[in-house]
Design a binder for this molecule. Structure first.
Ligand code: NAP
Length: 347
């Protein structure tokens, strides 16, 4: 399905989307990216190779109905990545759920009106698959998060409702375009723009002593460049369909800290005490009440549980091969130092 029409990428300024824009330009596509402010505020996008000739940036907001109508007109493909990705918000309904859900519906309505769109690729999340790890289960694309709410892991809730709204739209309106969904886990890697992404921030916090002890937590990591490629493969592969769980290896906090130490980052305030046993987890759950509300909730619902998942569908159907996450963790740390998000290590 190679297209000469511009590919629309919503939220082009975002961590993941900037890599999608970069790779689309590298592959020779014309790109129409949406941003929230004046396009001149995004020099890191305008300076990408090929941008001068083939990147157009246009302003749009998920909360403004109809604001994507003209933008998706004439496009064959829309890659909808824009959605608030932040853990601690004042009002989960207005800060997370409304932009995620109403924004998705607004964009799909615009695609319907366009008559040109053939496929929408939607960036969902592991958060729409499960609210919490379950040590006894291997998660797949068949699983849905049924536990999150405005009070319990509201970011997870916003992603679940947004993805459900997208599938519901397809079922009810039967548009002439199809929907393919990418569900990444914890996305890390070098950043094209100057902002520090929420997932990279977790790595930074571990290095800066925000978590003073090793807890019984584990995460599935995936490099941002693999996530970008996954979106483009979902667009280019005619037979792509449904959801794609997108995550390389899962790693325990203990292994992560050991990796950072062995890579020579031991000059940072890495946690030294290991409290990842059962008694430690009970203590950590109690102490989680001293954290900001949503971080505390995340710790309580995740600690002491091991995440297992099956990423074979994306490898088999989209032929995605994942980068080594250990390499990508080291690159992320070096990149955070480059951008000034982490001070250079004291020796
Ligand atoms: P990000 O860097 O924070 O990007 C989010 C993008 O959404 C930004 O471009 C942001 O614009 C835009 N946005 C937020 N609210 C908006 C609104 N009201 N109107 C228009 N645009 C709005 O985060 P990211 O990690 O790249 O996330 C991209 C997508 O991947 C999100 O859907 C997120 O849920 C999903 N995801 C991320 C991860 C991860 O670990 N990073 C994992 C799974 C899924 P501004 O630049 O103006 O703020």
């Amino acid at each position: 399905m190679k297209s000469n029409q511009p590919v629309c990428v919503t939220g082009a300024s975002g961590f993941i989307a900037a890599h999608i824009v970069k790779e689309l330009l590298e592959r020779g596509y014309r790109v129409r990216g949406t941003v929230r402010k004046n396009p001149q505020n995004y020099p890191f996008l305008l300076a990408l190779p090929g941008a001068a000739e083939r990147l157009e940036l246009v302003e749009a907001n998920l909360l403004t109905e109809g604001s994507y109508d003209k933008i998706v007109e004439g496009c064959d493909f829309v890659l909808h990545t824009a959605s608030p990705y932040t853990m601690n918000v004042k009002n989960p309904q207005t800060d997370l759920v409304d932009p995620a859900v109403n924004g998705t519906e607004t964009i799909l309505e615009s695609c319907l009106k366009s008559g040109s769109v053939k496929r929408v690729i939607f960036t969902s999340s592991i958060a729409a698959i499960t609210d919490e790890p379950d040590s006894k289960k291997v998660f797949t694309e068949k699983d849905w998060n049924t536990m999150s709410s405005l009070e319990r892991n509201p970011y997870h809730y916003s992603k679940t409702l947004a993805e459900l709204a997208a599938w519901d739209f397809i079922m009810k309106k039967k548009p002439s375009f199809d929907l393919v969904v990418i569900n990444p886990f914890m996305v890390i890697g070098p950043s094209i723009g100057p902002s520090l992404n929420t997932s990279n921030q977790i790595l930074r916090d571990i290095m800066m002593g925000v978590y003073p002890v090793i807890m019984d937590l584990n995460w599935g990591f995936v490099d941002v460049r693999d996530v970008a490629t996954a979106h483009i493969l979902a667009m280019e592969t005619d037979t792509a369909s449904g959801r794609y769980l997108c995550s390389a290896e899962a790693m325990h906090m203990r292994e992560l800290v050991a990796l950072l130490k062995s890579a020579g980052f031991d000059g940072y305030a890495l946690p030294k005490i290991d409290l990842s046993g059962k008694a430690g987890s009970v203590l950590m759950k109690m102490l989680s009440f001293t954290q900001p509300r949503d971080t505390g909730m995340y710790i309580r619902t995740t600690i002491g549980r091991t995440m297992h998942y099956d990423n074979s569908k994306i490898r088999r159907e989209l032929h995605l091969s994942f980068m080594d996450v250990k390499k990508s963790i080291i690159e992320t740390v070096n990149d955070m130092v480059k951008w000034g998000h982490l001070p250079p290590q004291k020796r």
